[in-house]
Design a protein around this ligand. Structure first.
Ligand code: G6P
Length: 362
């Protein structure tokens, strides 16, 4: 059943392995035979009436929001802001004339997001919650809500909810873009893109022994680590770093690759692991330069590159999929690094110290 660990040692691994299935289910659930989004007209009309989208969330859901910004701006052409709910509740951002708030929350109960939703209700700002728990508080109190359809997520570290949030944001971006006549939205073949993303995620999962070996060799002996990326790999680097540090206690930072040299490169020592993500064709050459910079300071670099951009000695080569959906595949590598770094240290992967699955205090 959906809440048993089955043959898996930890829920986290089970939930990582469920992601291809979650993508296929979302495709069935939200797209018709022709790959057209099937979202209630009421919700699309509400999105189309907005001149700006404001995404609020916490933790991993916030990182899914950062990817959502890229998707909404590319495929719907609507300016999109992303904020920590915990900050917005007390320092309310300046609003456009017709804002729409989107709440991303696996649990639908995060207190910081609830504070922002209450403020939105007071100000008559329409809202949409994307949550894995359809009868949760954030779902009930928002103007509308959509289900992430990821199935129960039990490990404290979120994995499949992140994937479902990005997939649903892509569906909404296409639906909204088509509604308001965006060319990119019409050309966005989501059905194929989801199928390839699911296959890609599966391919990563089937290479998990290799990922475990890399984790043992480079991550386990280290106190700290870095993820670097540009373009859509930057928000991915933030999520990858959060995953690794929260379950393995290896202090990890995610960086926009070129920013390292504005200070943080001073932390690179002999053997410091730097995991480089190379999915963005526009900046792939610049990434290679950034990798050389850290190698020159002694870093042990692990490279993760999509097929078209890969070179011979890259450590992990990802199958080619739509650039805007590459986080759906790359994140699986990062989740597996985190999982093995934690498990092979003998930690309780599903229940990292000091953390709660859902944070219901401000
Ligand atoms: C907690 C969890 C995280 C989660 C965050 C936001 O900190 O440990 O995994 O990303 O809350 O939770 P939500 O349910 O709102 O997505």
């Amino acid at each position: 059943n959906a809440t048993s660990k089955g043959t898996y040692e930890f829920y986290m691994l089970k939930e990582i392995c469920e992601q291809p299935g979650v993508l296929r289910h979302l495709e069935q659930f939200y797209l018709d035979q022709n790959g057209e989004p099937q979202i209630k007209a009421k919700i699309i009309d509400m999105l189309a009436a907005a001149d700006r989208l404001y995404i609020f969330a916490a933790g991993t859901s916030y990182h899914a929001g950062l990817v959502g910004k890229v998707l909404f701006e590319k495929f719907a052409g609507v300016p999109t802001e992303v904020g920590f709910a915990s900050e917005a509740g007390y320092h309310f951002p300046m609003m456009s004339k017709h804002p729409l708030f989107i709440f991303l929350s696996q649990s639908g109960e995060t207190a910081d997001s609830r504070v922002v939703l209450q403020e939105a209700i007071k100000r008559n700002i329409p809202s949409l919650t994307l949550t894995n728990v359809p009868n949760s508080t954030l779902a009930r109190e928002a103007t509308a809500s959509l289900s992430l359809e990821a199935g129960p997520e039990i490990a404290v570290a979120s994995t499949k909810a992140y994937t479902a949030q990005i997939a649903l944001e892509a569906i909404l971006a296409k639906a909204l873009g088509e509604k308001i006549g965006n060319e990119n939205a019409r050309a966005f073949d989501l059905k194929t893109a989801f199928a390839l993303a699911a296959e890609g995620a599966e391919q990563v999962i089937s290479s998990k022994e290799k990922i475990e070996q890399l984790a043992q060799k480079f991550l386990l002996p280290s106190r700290n680590a870095f993820y670097i990326g540009r373009g859509i790999d930057y928000p991915l680097a933030l999520e990858a770093a959060l995953k690794l540090k929260e379950v393995s206690y290896i202090q990890t930072e995610g960086f926009a690759a070129a920013e390292l040299k504005h200070g943080t490169i001073s932390l690179i020592e002999k053997g410091t692991p730097v995991i480089a993500l190379i999915n963005d064709p526009l900046t792939a050459d610049l990434m290679r330069g950034n990798i050389q910079e850290v190698i020159a300071r002694g870093a042990s670099v692990i490279t993760i590159a999509s097929k078209k951009l890969a070179v011979d000695d890259d450590d992990i080569v990802l199958p080619e999929i739509n650039y805007y959906l590459t986080p759906l595949v790359s994140v699986v590598v990062a989740q597996l690094f985190a999982y093995y770094a934690s498990k092979d240290k003998g930690l309780d992967v599903d229940k990292p110290r000091n953390l709660a699955k859902s944070v219901t205090v401000e």
